[in-house]
Ligand binder design. Structure first.
Ligand SMILES: Cc1cc2nc3c(=O)[nH]c(=O)nc-3n(C[C@H](O)[C@H](O)[C@H](O)COP(=O)(O)OP(=O)(O)OC[C@H]3O[C@@H](n4cnc5c(N)ncnc54)[C@H](O)[C@@H]3O)c2cc1C
Length: 426
């Protein structure tokens, strides 16, 4: 009998397995995949995520694997272009984009080193319960042998279509249907000096350096364009890149070295993350559109939060239920602002005068540009940045009058077409 069985061994599952094993718990972590292996995901690890990797002693392994640091960002809305650097967060000053073949393997190795048992190529077929409480899982090995394992708690770190969540009927809230579809691929021989984000009407583009000197390009389109886009992926992908400055030209001067990966399976939701004998974390508990590239860093943050709750609850220092209720509350408090920001961007909203005034007002003020980039990566607290006091101090009274004037004119009659709103991408 284990203290905790974790279903799923990628960014959420392996980091919890590592943290719980480091706290002395007996942990079994299961995944149907074998590692190293890829998964459908781009891989910007935002600054707070890399800060956790650093705290766990793993960031050096990611860097040693040849993952480049993107210290600078170009944020281009068409009429407005901001360039700057990320403000450091707990000693990390760059966005790293490690391939999942590297990141997930580094985490799994760390979980094993900490004493967790990790089994690969095993499918969890069933969640077992007795008298209303989850007690274990039924597992099928690669060779077809079925066994059961029991634990005080089963954690679903099994992704957005979580079997654990389905089996226990976890309640979903704040849900929104998929808003975007995303395609991405990799290029060799493309010059790049940091990350690049382009927001255009009905398109968001991200360009990031990754392992093996490759450049990752990502294009998000409204979900309702998925089928049309799919009809000519390369044509539509390159056309989209051509909207972003010279990025289309730059990738054509290089060579595409992988296929196009795409997904329209990009739901947005929170799930109640605990109940009798079970808990959920990572995408199984909370998923959002990848346009802001948050899932990995949030999985790491939640691994910290939930492993502390489980240690307190299973160790008898606090009733498990109340420890996990506190986990849910803290997860939601920290995530709701970026969730709302993300779903708003992913809806490709009509241009907003507030955004234009804000971005124009920080243009040329390097410190403020960098602070805004901190909002995008999570190193500048979003509620603080978007507080009325801070916004007024940034845009000044003249900015306020400009917004009020535009709003007044909008109410009085039709307005001319405007440039698209800024849309950060993952
Ligand atoms: C197109 C796209 C781009 C993205 N870009 C970014 C980005 O740039 N930055 C970022 O931070 N996030 C990004 N994300 C989000 C990120 O991929 C997820 O948030 C993250 O992978 C969630 O990790 P997880 O460990 O919770 O789940 P997953 O990565 O989904 O892992 C779940 C694991 O559980 C295993 N599993 C599931 N069911 C079973 C079962 N029954 N038995 C055994 N094993 C099982 C699976 O095999 C899998 O390995 C992107 C996502 C997509 C789709």
């Amino acid at each position: 009998v284990y203290d905790v069985i974790i279903v799923g061994a990628r960014v959420a599952g392996s980091s919890i397995a590592m943290l719980l094993a480091r706290r002395g718990l007996k942990v079994l972590c299961l995944d149907r995949a074998s590692f190293p292996s890829d998964t459908i995901s781009t891989h910007q690890d935002q600054l707070p995520g890399s800060a956790l990797l650093k705290r766990w002693g793993l960031l050096d392994r990611i860097i040693e694997a040849g993952t480049p640091a993107a210290r600078r960002l170009r944020f281009d809305t068409g009429p407005i272009v901001l360039e700057g650097a990320y403000p450091a967060f707990e000693g990390v000053d760059a966005v790293f984009s490690p391939r999942r073949t590297i990141l997930d393997k580094v985490l799994i190795d760390a979980a094993r080193r900490a004493g967790a048992e990790v089994r690969e190529r095993v499918v969890v077929e069933k969640v077992l319960a007795s008298e209303g409480k989850v007690t274990g899982v039924q597992i099928r090995s690669h060779s077809g042998v079925t066994t059961t394992e029991n634990a005080a708690l089963i954690v679903g770190a099994d992704g957005k279509h979580s079997l654990v969540a389905k089996s226990v009927g976890a309640t979903t809230y704040n849900a929104q249907p998929p808003l975007t579809a995303a395609y991405y691929t990799y290029w060799q021989g493309v010059s790049l000096s940091g990350g690049e984000i382009y927001s255009r009407a009905r398109r968001a583009i991200g360009v990031w350096p990754t392992n093996d000197s490759l450049v990752l390009t990502y294009v998000a389109v409204p979900a309702d364009e998925f089928h049309a886009f799919r009809a000519d992926i390369e044509g539509n992908f390159l056309c989209s890149l051509d909207l972003g400055g010279d990025i289309g030209e730059r990738v054509r001067s290089g060579r595409r070295v992988e296929r196009y990966y795409g997904s329209a399976d990009l739901p947005n939701f929170f799930r109640k993350p605990y109940g009798p004998g079970w808990a959920l974390t990572g995408d199984a508990g909370l998923a959002m559109d990848p346009v802001t590239g948050q899932g990995i860093a949030l999985a790491f943050r939640d691994a910290e939060l939930i492993s502390a709750a489980l240690e307190a609850g299973l160790g008898g220092r606090q009733p498990l239920d109340s420890a996990l209720a506190a986990y849910e509350k803290e997860r939601n408090r920290q995530t709701k602002p970026i969730f709302d920001f993300t779903t708003d961007l992913a809806s490709f909203p009509a241009p907003r005068i507030e955004q234009e005034v804000l971005l124009r007002s920080i243009g040329g003020r390097q410190n403020e540009i960098d602070r805004f980039f901190g909002v995008l990566t999570g190193s500048t607290p979003m509620p603080e940045y978007f507080s009325p006091g801070n916004l007024l101090s940034l845009i000044g009274f003249s900015g306020f009058l400009k917004i009020a004037g535009r709003k007044f004119r909008e109410r009085s009659g039709p307005t001319p077409e405007k440039e698209p709103a800024p849309i950060p991408v993952s």
